[in-house]
Design a binder for this molecule. Structure first.
Ligand code: HEM
Length: 383
């Protein structure tokens, strides 16, 4: 491997590789991302002996997300701020130190919250949503379905918050920090998750987590967080808006629930893995624009994990939540741990879902045009 600098030009097969503004840290090593005109991305190890002192920042394309899979999702939370003339060695030291520090503090904080959950009693049933917050005691603000001009996205939970007016009903000009706050109180995710995911979203949208706002629809950016083979949305190739639930998938998912308890049917980890396997295989076989890298697979399984943890897999609750993006009356998060669902605990469930996904190849016996992409779900057979 050569060790060029991000400041100087380098030739690729289809043109010049350009530094695209993102830095990644893997242990003690610093990498930077370069892209060529064809949008191909590569990661280069920083050579600390290089003496160049400036570079041009380019907006990173979605393909940079592949790099995140390589270096761990946390690394992209802390890209370097734009700088044109800073000494690269100083920059490496600074960015490495601040990036690492933030990563270490987030993980340490999360580990502390996980420990605290072990030694503190759970919140009492009926008291999971804090007093004074919308939804306290199961009393959620009125549900009003989205109307003309309201901004919505591919996330059922954020749409539900907007549908109940907990986030602005028009879904516009939302502060990332407000999203952190409302997700914390409404769903009892731990603070670490509530900072991590919105910060990550801000990063993907090239916005500042602390000061900027976004519209829900901004999150529909394909292969930002949004990805193909979702459980509640058609692929972007078929529905670029991504703002409405796709009922045939949701019905199929909920009908596949095999668990049961006193509250009725329960969607299990194995059920979500099985349905994700099907969605991935079918999308891969029928969608000519299909893409799903390792990073987005993990995001997909994490989304599934929210259904199993925060919603407890209860089909009776999942029906309004996924179909209408409505919080059921009297509902409260099923995670009752005092510090909320930490990333450590959550990742265990997400990993369980991902490990259970066996994407068997499927063969289309009807073209997408013949069958209609939606019914392609049934127009496929296992090889
Ligand atoms: C904290 C801020 C959050 C952000 C920025 C966010 C963002 C997103 C995005 C972009 C997607 C689309 C992924 C795809 O293409 O499938 C998504 C999906 C999803 N999110 Fe969220 N989300 C957040 C919080 C939550 C919470 C708190 C829950 C549950 C309580 C949740 C549940 C889901 C589910 C179930 C999906 C799945 C959809 C599918 O597979 O179709 N999200 N989220």
């Amino acid at each position: 491997m050569t060790h060029p600098s991000p400041m100087g030009p380098a030739r690729s097969r289809s043109g010049v590789w350009e530094f695209c503004g993102n830095w990644y840290f893997l242990g003690p090593r610093a990498f930077y991302a370069r892209q060529d005109l064809a949008g191909e991305t590569r990661l280069e190890l920083l050579n600390c002996h290089d003496t160049d002192t400036g570079f041009n920042l380019k907006v990173p394309s979605q393909r940079a997300s592949r790099l995140r899979a390589l270096c761990g999702p946390l690394s992209c939370l802390f890209p370097l701020p734009p700088a044109h003339t800073t000494s690269r060695t100083a920059m490496t030291l600074l960015s490495g130190a601040s990036g690492l520090l933030q990563k270490v503090s987030l993980f340490t904080w999360d580990a502390c919250l996980t420990l605290a959950n072990l030694v503190t009693p759970n919140l009492k049933v009926g008291h999971v949503v804090p007093q004074g917050a919308p939804g306290a005691g199961g009393l959620w603000p009125e549900y009003i379905a989205p109307g003309e001009g309201d901004s919505r996205c591919c996330c059922p939970a954020l749409n539900a918050l907007a549908n109940h007016g907990i986030l602005p009903h028009d879904g516009r000009n939302i502060k990332f920090t407000d999203m952190t706050q409302t997700v914390r109180t409404s769903f009892n995710f731990a603070e670490t998750f509530c900072v991590f995911v919105p910060s990550y979203a801000a990063d993907v949208l090239h916005k500042n987590y602390k000061t900027d706002t976004f519209d829900l629809a901004d999150l529909n950016l394909h292969n930002g967080i949004e990805h193909d083979a979702s459980l509640t949305r058609q692929d972007t190739n078929y529905d670029p808006d991504q703002d409405k639930p796709y009922l045939p998938f949701i019905n199929e998912l909920l009908a596949s629930a095999t668990g049961k308890d006193a509250n009725g049917a329960i969607l299990t980890t194995a059920d979500t893995s099985r349905y994700s396997s099907k969605r991935r295989a079918e999308s891969r076989a029928t969608n000519p624009e299909f893409s799903l890298d390792e990073f987005h697979k993990i995001f997909g399984s994490s989304n599934s994990a929210t259904l199993l943890t925060i919603l407890g897999g209860r089909v009776a609750d999942l029906e309004p939540f996924l179909r209408e993006e409505r919080i059921p009356e009297g509902w409260e998060p099923r995670v009752r741990q005092r510090m909320g669902l930490t990333m450590m605990a959550f990742n265990r469930t997400a990993l369980g879902v991902e490990m259970g996904i066996k994407e068997e190849p499927v063969q289309a016996h009807a073209t997408v045009e013949e069958s209609g992409h939606a019914s392609a779900a049934t127009g496929l057979r296992r090889r």
